[in-house]
Ligand binder design. Structure first.
Ligand code: FAD
Length: 286
């Protein structure tokens, strides 16, 4: 199913995310996690693209399994940093051949050695290229707190407008821990004429290290209320996991109560976390 059609529905939709393994030996474990997450009947599952394209084939293999074996709509990611025009044409062919109707287009995180392909510098370049050559439903990323490399939020929103105009059908946000940040961002981008659906990206933080890593990468603000939770429970793995699931569930409850109907959860190959959230919101979404 095209995700743009899914997002026209009035009922609440929940999607999850999985990421490919670094080594082929771990492929079965990831496919197993995807199977368990699919069994929760999310509206779609996204499959990230390894940094520097190292796991390109794995992304597509996992996406095919989710669509064909587990019968869930799928959203494979694709990044600029490791893509040439030739590799993208090949990838589009494989996506089509697999019967997949969606693709999430990103610039990608810069590899440590700084080496990237140069055909597509910004995600908008790749969005435009794909839009001109296919009728895939295209998703893009956005940053309610501003992208970490962009000095001025207003420039970030202008570039986002360019990206949407190049052909994005919907956007998914970077994680954030205070819904007011999302509501304010929506207001600002709607004012600038960005009208596509914007899925809030909710990240359940289930251990202290994960928070430090995620915040260092994204620059996301950690509100005092959440900081206190991590400070208090961070050294107790079971308690931190439960508190992280509850915090993310509360964000989702607030979103739904405020009329947000399409929510993406960064479930990170953790079926138990995805299940915890689904249990907490089951009566809210069906
Ligand atoms: P862009 O839209 O290209 O923006 C990147 C920066 O360039 C921003 O600062 C922007 O303001 C600036 N910019 C944009 N256009 C221009 C222009 N014309 N001139 C000058 N500056 C410009 N990474 C992966 O490697 N694999 C994944 O699967 C993946 N999935 C993700 C999913 C989501 C929902 C999100 C939010 C992020 C994901 N990322 C992934 C991380 C992402 O690749 C990084 O955040 C990356 O740094 C930016 O990607 P982008 O697509 O937003 O880039």
């Amino acid at each position: 199913m095209r995700i743009s059609d899914l997002l026209k529905q009035e009922n609440v939709t929940i999607s999850f995310e999985v990421f490919p393994p670094k080594k082929i030996e771990n492929m079965e474990t990831v496919i197993g996690a995807a199977r368990s997450i699919a069994a929760l009947h999310p509206d779609f599952i996204s499959v990230t693209y390894g940094a520097a394209g190292t796991t390109r084939e794995y992304t597509l293999d996992i996406a095919k399994a989710i669509r064909n074996d587990f019968n869930v709509t799928v959203l494979p990611h694709l990044t600029c940093v490791s893509s040439t025009e030739e590799s993208v044409s090949g990838m589009l062919g494989m996506i089509r051949a697999a019967g997949i109707e969606n693709v999430m287009v990103l610039r990608g995180d810069m590899p440590k050695d700084g080496h990237t392909e140069k055909d597509f510098l910004h995600a908008s370049d790749l969005v435009r290229y794909i839009r001109e050559r296919s009728d895939l439903c295209i998703g893009g990323a956005c940053y309610p707190e501003g992208h970490i490399e962009c000095e001025h939020k207003k420039d970030d929103i202008s570039f986002l407008k360019e990206k949407v105009d190049a052909g994005c059908d919907f956007l998914t946000t970077q994680m954030y821990f205070d819904n007011n940040i999302y509501y304010n961002f929506l207001y600002r981008i709607r004012e600038k004429g960005i009208t596509v659906p914007v899925l809030p990206g909710i990240m359940p933080i289930t251990n202290k290290r994960q928070l430090a890593r995620s915040v260092a990468l994204s620059g996301t603000d950690v509100p005092a209320r959440f900081r206190a939770i991590v400070d208090h429970f961070g050294d107790h793995p079971a308690a931190m996991k439960q508190a992280g699931i509850i915090y993310a569930s509360e964000q989702i409850v607030d979103l739904i109560a405020n009329g947000v109907t399409h929510i993406h959860v960064y479930s990170m190959n953790k079926p138990d976390v995805a299940e915890g959230i689904m249990n907490n919101i089951s009566a809210l979404i069906r």
